[in-house]
Design a protein around this ligand. Sequence first.
Ligand code: NG1
Ligand code: ZN
Length: 559
Amino acid sequence: MSTGTIFNQPKAAVRLPSDLIEAINKAAEPFPIPDGKEYGYGTAGFRMKANAGLDHVMYTVGLIAAARSKKRNATIGVMITASHNPAEDNGVKLVDPMGDMLEQSWEKYATTLANTPSDKLGQAYEDLVNEELVDELRQIHDRPAKVVFGRDTRPSGVALVKAMKAALDALKVDYTDYGILTTPQLHYIVRCINTKGTAYEFGEPTEEGYYKKMASAFKVLMHGRSIQGSVTVDCANGVGGPKLRELLKYLPTGQGGIDIKVVNDDVSKPEILNYECGADYVKTKQRAPPNISVGPNERCASLDGDADRVVYYYTDASGNFTLLDGDRIATLGAVFLADMTRTAGIDEKLKIGIVQTAYANGASTEYVEKVLKLPVECTNTGVKHLHHAAARYDIGVYFEANGHGTILFSENAIRTIRGTEPKSPGQKHALDSLSACIDLINQAVGDAISDMLFAEVVLAHKTWTPENWKNTYIDLPNYLRRVEVPDRRIFVAVDAERKLQSPKGMQEQIDNLVRLYVKGRSFVRASGTEDAVRVYAEAATRTEAGKLASSVEELVKGA
Ligand code: NG1
Ligand code: ZN
C-alpha cells in the first residue's frame, strides 16, 4: 500500500505552517511502523496484536479524529478495544457525531495515514487538509476540534491512549479522556455532547447520565410488572462487568425490579478476558461457559469484551442447551413493538422492519415474514450496513445473529409516540411504554446492557419463560466454519454476501450441493476482520447441516 495515493492534488494548495508539520512528524517519532506492516481500517476499525505497531495507528487516528472533528464541526469519539478478541489484541474505532460509525468515505484516509511512515505524517496530514478541510474561505481547518475517547479494560490501552494524545497535543486539539468505558457508553457520550441544546438532546454526556437514563426508562416499562426469577450475566471478564455492577445501583430490585447475578466480571487478570466465556464463545461453540452453573431453565446472558453484543441461553431439565441469539432478540423486540403500536393505535402511522445479515437463521427470517408479517431485509455483514438500512424504517430493528444490534426510532416515530393524545388508559400505557423504549434502547449503537434490559422487560410483559421464547420458532441446525486459504481476496461475494461472484463457477457448485438438502442454505464470504473465509450452512437436520458445511468447505479449500 503506497502512501498518499488517495489524495488528489488540490488546485490551490493550502500550506500548513512548517512548524506544525515538523511538530506532527516529531511527535510521531516514538511510534514507527514495524517493518513490512500493512494496516487496514475494516468493519471493526483497526484490530491486531497490541504490540505489533498499533501505537503508530493510534497516533494517526489522533490526526484523523482531529480532522474529522473540524470537518463535521462537532465532537468526534475514539474507542480503544478489540471486543471479543483475545487479551493480547487491541484495536480502535472512530465514532461520528451522532454516535454512529465513522462515515465510510473516511475509512480510506484512516488507512492511508496509518500506512504513512512517521516522518511523512505532517505532509500526509496537510494532504488530508487539502482534500477535505478547504472551502472557498479556507476556514475549515481553522475550526476548533474536540475529541473524546474511552478504552476497555485491556492493559495495552494505556500506552495506546498516550500515542493518540501525542498527535492531539501536536495539533493542539482539545480532548477529554473518559477512561474505561463500554463501547456503547462512548457512543452514547459522543451523541449526548453533539445533541446538547438541540431538539434531539440525547442525555447527560456522562457515565452517570447513561445509567440514569436507562434506569428511569426501565422503571417506566416495568410499572406493575415483575420479572420471573433471576438472570445470570456473564461479562466475559471485560469492561461490561464493572459497568453492569455500576448500573445495578440505579435499578430497582424486588417487585418491579430485576435480579441480575453478575459473573465472569474479574478485570484484574487481563489474560482471562474473553477466555472460555463471553458472547462470542457461547455463539460459536453453542454451549455455556464451563464455569457457569445455574439451575434448569434459568436465563443466562453473555456479553462480549466491550459489551456491545449479547446472547441469551438456558439449559433445560434434560441438560439440552438452547441459544437465544441476536435473531431471537430481534424477533422478541419486534413482536413487542408491533403489539404496542397496535394497542397505542399508531400502527398505521409507523412502518416497522427487521434488518438481518445472511447469518440470520432461515427459520427466523421465515417467522418474521410469515408469522409477524413484517418486512425483512438482508444487508452485508457489519453493523454499519444494518444500521443504515434500519434507519429507513420508523421502527428499524437490526441485529446480527451474534448478538450485535439495536432498534432505531425515526423522528416521525418519536413525534408520533410522544405527540399522540391517548384516548384510553390502555392506549396511554402503550404510548408511555413505547416512549420509554426510545430511551431504554441505545439509539446510537448496539448495546449489550441496554439490549439485555429490553429483553428482560419484554419477557416480563409477556410472562414468557426462556422456553416460551424458544418455541416462537425452531432454529434450523447450522454450522459456521472458519477456513484458512492462501488468499481470501479471491472470494468476492455479492447480493448481501449471499452469492459468490468469484472464484468463477463456485456459486453454481454451491447451489448444486444445497439442492441435495431439505431446507438447505449455504454461503461463503471472506471475513472482514480475520485472514480467513467463512462458510455458513444450515439444513433441516444437524447431520445434514454438517454434511453441507463440510462439502462446501471442501470446495473452498480446493479453490
Ligand atoms: P467477519 O470477520 O467479517 O465475519 C465478524 C462478524 C460480524 C461483525 C464483525 C465485526 C460473524 C460471522 N461475523 O465479521 O458479524 O460482528 O466481526 O466485529 O459473526
Ligand atoms: Zn464487541
